[in-house]
Write a protein that binds this ligand. Sequence first.
Ligand SMILES: [Zn+2]
Length: 95
Amino acid sequence: MDIMCSKCMEPWELSHALEVKSWGDAEELEDWVFNGKQIMACPCCKHQEMPPQFSPEQEELKQASDMLHDLLGDDVDGIASELEDFKLLMRRGPQ
Ligand SMILES: [Zn+2]
């Protein structure tokens, strides 16, 4: 299951992100910003000056992700699983 970077929307394998957060050395952690278990910046965006540009779909997904982090806090498994559902719904489109 993936969890997304809150800044650039890059999907990260949940276990990998948490591993870096818990066990990463200083050099590795240099590329990441965490807020609790939420990824605030990742190696894809940490050192970029420009804010990333999102498509409307990505924007919607980002809002959903931010909302889930607010609602579920540190329950990143729950967040990742809810996001999977949300992505499926988006792909299916309005009924
Ligand atoms: Zn990022």
